[in-house]
Design a protein around this ligand. Structure first.
Ligand code: SF4
Length: 204
C-alpha cells in the first residue's frame, strides 16, 4: 500500500540523509527515535518544504530511519552475496505512456529499459547497476517480487520504492532469506517519482 499522502524531499539538502544514517546507528542502541525525528523535521523545515501534516512527516522520517537501520544491520550479509539484482519502481520512468520504450515481460513480470531517454532516472540507474554486474528489473509493484524470484533466484537484492512498498518487499525478501538493501523514494506519487542516484551507487 502506498502512503496516503504525497511528499517531495528532492529539494531538501542531502545532509538530512546523513543525519538519518546517524540516527539509524543510534537507534540500534537506544530504540527510541521520537525526539530525534521531531528534531530533524524542525531542523530541515520538512513541514514548510513539503506541506505535510506533522504526523505524516513523522511517519515518513521514521520509515526512512527504520529502513536505514535495516540496511545497516543487513549490510555485512549483503556484501557476502554473489548473485544480485536491483528492483526499480516503474513510476520513476520518464514516461508512463507509450513514449516509454521499455519492454514489458509479463512472465517475470518486469519492464526492461530500452534507453530511449538519456535524462530518465531509470535509464541512469540501470546503467549504473549493470556496470556493477547487477541484473535490473523495473517492477510494477512489490507483489511481483515472489513470482520474479521463483523464476530468477538471487542472493542479494537492492530495492528502490516508497517506504510502504519497501516494508512489504522487505517482508517477502526476509521470508526468502535474502539479504537486502533498500532506498526509499524522495518524491512519491503515481508518476515522476524520484530517488537518489548517488545513494544507489553507494549501496551497490
Ligand atoms: S529511458 Fe527506459 S524507462 Fe525511461 S522512458 Fe525510456 S525506455 Fe522507459
Amino acid at each position: 500500500m502506498p502512503y496516503r499522502f504525497d511528499f517531495d524531499l528532492s529539494d531538501i539538502p542531502r545532509v538530512l540523509f546523513a543525519e538519518i544514517t546517524r540516527i539509524a546507528y543510534n537507534k540500534k542502541l537506544h530504540k527510541k527515535i521520537g525526539k530525534a525525528t521531531l528534531d530533524l523535521i524542525e531542523k530541515f523545515k520538512i513541514q514548510e518544504a513539503t506541506g505535510l501534516e506533522i504526523s505524516d512527516a513523522v511517519r515518513l522520517l521514521e520509515d526512512f530511519i527504520e529502513i536505514q537501520a535495516i540496511n545497516l544491520s543487513q549490510r555485512k550479509n549483503f556484501l557476502k552475496t554473489k548473485k544480485r539484482a536491483v528492483f526499480l519502481p516503474h513510476c520513476a520512468r520518464k514516461y508512463m505512456d507509450n513514449r516509454c520504450k521499455a519492454t514489458f515481460n509479463p512472465e517475470i513480470p518486469s519492464y526492461f529499459c530500452n534507453q530511449c531517454s538519456d535524462d530518465c532516472i531509470i535509464n541512469k540507474a540501470t546503467r549504473i547497476a549493470e556496470s556493477k554486474g547487477y541484473d535490473v528489473y523495473v517492477l510494477p509493484g512489490g507483489s511481483c517480487i515472489p513470482k520474479l524470484l521463483k523464476k530468477r533466484p538471487y542472493q542479494g537484492i537492492v530495492g528502490v520504492a516508497c517506504g510502504e512498498e519497501i516494508k512489504l518487499g522487505g517482508e517477502i525478501l526476509a521470508r526468502s532469506g535474502l539479504a537486502a538493501q533498500a532506498i526509499p523514494l524522495i518524491k512519491n506519487g503515481c508518476a515522476k517519482t524520484i530517488f537518489n542516484l548517488e545513494t544507489l551507487e553507494k549501496l551497490l
